[in-house]
Structures are given as C-alpha cells and as structure tokens.
Design a protein around this ligand. Structure first.
Ligand code: GLY
Length: 354
C-alpha cells in the first residue's frame, strides 16, 4: 500500500485500499453509520463493491444524485443537505463520496458547508478522480453556467484509491482520465510521457498511476491554495474550460478530459507562438496528443463566445487572459499573459471559428 499525507488528508493507494476503510472509520468515527454519496452510475457499478468492503461493520446510508457535469449544481448540493438533515446527520458523521470528479467536487462542498463542516472522505472511482479531482482539496459546483464558480478549498480526512474501480469504467471514461495523466507528464514528469502506451483505450498500469498521482500530490504539497506553482495544473484548462463551458449548454456531452485534450493542443500552440517551446517540439507534442487520444472533431465555435468564457475563467487576474504553458516536456510556467490575437490564431489551427 502506498501512502501520502497531504494538507490534512491521509491518502491510501493500492489494491485492497477499500478494505482499509472500516478500520480507518473505527479509529476516527464514533457513529456506526456512514453517508455515501453516489451518482446513478456509481450506485450500480461501485456501491455493491464498496458495501462488500465494509464487511457489515457500518450501516451505509446512500444519497444518490444524477450523474454528469451538468448536475454539478447548487440545487443538487441542496438535495444532499436535505438528505443529511432528514437523517439528522451531525458534524461528527462522515460523508463518503463514491464517484468521479463531479461527485467528489460536489460532495466535498456539501460536506464542508453542512453545519460549518462535516467530515468527508473521498473514494474516487474514475481514473480522472484518482489521478486528479479527488486529490488537493478543491470542492465546487458550477453556477450560472460557469464551471466551478462556487467552491472552496477543503481537505477530505482521507482518500482511498483502489484500482478495482477502474475495471468498471467504459473506454470513454478511461480516455477521459488519461487526459490528466498526460497533462501531469507534460507539466512535470517526462518519464510518464516517454512511457505512454499507443493509445488511451487501456487502463494505465499501476506504476504509471502512482507516478501521475505523485505529480499531483507534490505540486499541491508545495502550494495548496494555488498562489503560485499549483497553477501549472491548469495547463490545457484555460482553453479547455472555455470549450467545456460552451458545451455545457449543448446536447452533445463533452467530458472534462476531452475538453482538456483540445485545451492542451491549443495551449501547446500558444506556447510555440510565445517561443516557450520550439516548433518541432510543439509538432511532436501535438502529433502524439492527436494519435494517443484521436479526439472527436469539435463543431465550429463562435470566437466572441470563446473569448467571453476565457475572460470569465477564475484563473484570470486584472481582466487579462492568463495561461499556464509548458516550457519543455515535463516543465511548465504560469501567469503567462497572452494576446487575444495569438489565442485566436492557435485556436484556429484546431477549431473552425465563426
Ligand atoms: N485540477 C487542478 C487542481 O487541482 O489544481
């Protein structure tokens, strides 16, 4: 079992990490019941595995919400609070989030605000959750069509990462998670980049998963509140979030990782225009991203709408558009101001603009 400590969280990673939960609970919690937040997908594919790992030692009170980023709303957060109130949950109870990034983001926020802070632990079930979303204390819901507009930094007491859940994921979800693994490679660990398999269809091996998690843990350990270096985790996300936000309104569901792949393609092109990386490096990175992910083409995008959402990004300061951009494979710089003309030039290479 691999363990880390991160800003008040104990992290356990390994096969059978789930089986550690009952003992962890008995040494941290008096109550004999736990609240488990699931979505309608993890309720079917992951909750039975979770309940069997609890060995009947705790009563599991399920709170289920619909899956998908468009349900990461204040309304569903209020639904969780209502369920907790119905059950007379107290601060010292524990909310366990069992799901991907949407569940850990929303559940972390719901628990952090309930009665000024109920304890919570994350059990990420997606590759995206294991390697990124569950680690680092970010909690949020989307609001007024702005991704993660309402949220706070709040650490779970523990995170249990058990690869057993990766077997429950459809191929599209695996590829979604690979986007963050590849991002970690590009910003901080070129050995991961060198060892990427041919494509994003298979679950990463355990060693690669550990190294990707280690990138996230080390960066957050250095800068929990994202005042500086943590911003490197936003590589691909400035453009990616704008694309994702534009798609929130459309019928075609675009997963977070899919938007981030387009974000990494476009932001590597911006890095080239700023001469942070050489032309041949940008080409090598972009060819690898395109062959590894084989992303579905994006529909034509309205350039005004794209710039509008880029300017709304919470990473911006003083109404300029700030980027975290790679300066080599395995290193990244942040707070790069980029002119709108360069952004549009880079976007146009990959997406038709109106
Ligand atoms: N997902 C980026 C971060 O946690 O900072």
């Amino acid at each position: 079992m691999i363990t880390h400590r991160l800003h008040g969280s104990e992290i356990f990673i390994g096969e059978k990490a789930l089986s550690l939960i009952p003992d962890w609970l008995s040494s941290h919690v008096k109550s004999k019941r736990v609240f488990v937040l699931v979505d309608d997908q993890t309720e079917l594919s992951c909750l039975p595995i979770f309940i069997s790992a609890m060995q009947g030692r705790y009563e599991v009170i399920k709170i289920a919400i619909p899956a998908g980023e468009r349900n990461k709303t204040l309304e569903l957060c209020a639904y969780v609070w209502n369920r907790l109130l119905d059950q007379k949950a107290v601060k010292s109870d524990v909310l366990i989030t069992l799901g991907g990034g949407m569940i850990t983001d929303l559940g972390g926020l719901a628990a952090s605000l309930y009665k000024r802070g109920m304890r919570f632990i994350h059990v990420p079930t997606s590759l995206m959750g294991m390697t990124d979303a569950a680690i680092g204390g970010k909690t949020a819901v989307d609001f007024n069509n702005i991704k993660n507009a309402i949220g706070l930094f709040s650490s779970p007491k523990a995170i249990f990462i058990d690869p057993i859940f990766l077997k429950t994921l459809p191929k599209r979800e695996i590829a979604n998670g690979w986007a963050e693994v590849v991002k970690h490679a590009l910003i901080a660990d070129n050995t991961i980049w060198d060892e990427l398999p041919a494509d994003a269809s298979a679950v990463p091996d355990f060693d690669l998963l550990l190294r990707s998690i280690a990138v996230k843990v080390l960066v957050v350990q250095e800068d929990f509140e994202e005042k500086g270096r943590r911003k490197i985790l936003n590589f691909g996300h400035t453009v990616g979030h704008a694309i994702e936000t534009i798609h929130l309104e459309s019928r075609n569901v675009l997963l977070h990782g899919e938007a981030i792949v387009w974000g990494m393609l476009i932001e590597s092109e911006i890095a080239k225009h700023l001469k942070l990386i050489r032309e041949d490096e940008a080409q090598q990175i972009q060819e690898k991203l395109l062959s590894f992910f084989d992303p579905d083409p994006l529909k034509t995008m309205n350039s005004e709408q794209l710039l509008h959402f880029l300017l709304q990004d919470k990473k911006n300061e003083r109404n300029t558009i700030l980027f975290s951009l790679i300066s080599d494979i395995g290193s990244c710089t942040w707070n790069c101001e980029v002119d709108k003309e360069i952004i549009l030039l880079a976007v146009k290479k990959f997406i038709s603009l109106q």
